[in-house]
Design a protein around this ligand. Structure first.
Ligand SMILES: CC(C)(COP(=O)(O)OP(=O)(O)OC[C@H]1O[C@@H](n2cnc3c(N)ncnc32)[C@H](O)[C@@H]1OP(=O)(O)O)[C@@H](O)C(=O)NCCC(=O)NCCS
Length: 166
């Protein structure tokens, strides 16, 4: 288990493994219109190119606060999902989860990271823009929500890679 202490030492990140799947389903369900099941997460985590992190309050081993799941294929990565439970929001956990993904991708020499975000999701858009994402596309009526269909913004964060000439 990898445990990385971060801001104010009150939460720690663990790299995702199969044993986390029940917690991931519990964190995902209240955050999204279409909940992903434990089996959905198990299937995704069995793919070698999907990775992520879960955040826990330090000293409370059974409790989880949020997680992020991402995929890296041939230098191009995407955020599959991210959720922080409402009781733990606005404490820097979403940012720490995203920064853990960015560090991993930098280490893996990824070229770019893409994600889709509901155009009405002000909180997530603010988080992503602070991390250097810019809008590169728009998918109209992409999400089905309780209020009807909603468009998606496609955002991208590029990594600076030094090209070393022979
Ligand atoms: C989006 C989400 C992951 C953010 O997690 P979080 O832990 O609350 O975010 P952080 O505390 O790290 O916030 C980092 C920055 O994002 C922005 N932000 C986060 N929540 C915000 C909100 N409700 N309103 C405006 N800005 C917000 C702010 O710039 C914030 O920095 P600040 O607190 O210094 O002002 C969380 O709101 C969530 O799980 N939402 C439901 C699921 C979801 O929408 N996932 C994204 C799908 S694309």
């Amino acid at each position: 288990m990898i445990s990385l202490p971060f801001s104010r030492q009150s939460f720690a990140l663990e790299a995702l493994v199969q044993a986390h799947c029940p917690e991931l389903a519990d964190l995902h369900a209240p955050a999204f219109h279409h909940a992903w099941s434990e089996e959905d997460f198990a299937g995704m985590l069995s793919q070698g190119n999907i990775f992520g992190f879960i955040a826990r309050p330090v000293g409370k081993p059974g409790q989880s606060a949020g997680f992020v799941l991402a995929r890296l294929v041939a230098g191009e990565a995407e955020i599959l999902t991210i959720a922080v439970s409402s009781a733990f929001q606005r404490r820097g956990i979403g940012r720490e989860l995203m920064e853990a993904v960015l560090r991993h991708l930098h280490h893996e020499r990824a070229e770019s990271l893409f994600l889709e975000v509901d155009e009405s999701n002000v909180a997530a858009q603010a988080l992503y823009r602070r991390l250097g994402f810019i809008q590169v596309g728009h998918r109209p009526a992409y999400y089905e929500t309780e209020q009807g269909r909603s468009g998606a913004l496609v955002l991208r964060r590029q990594f600076q890679q030094k090209i070393v000439l022979p």
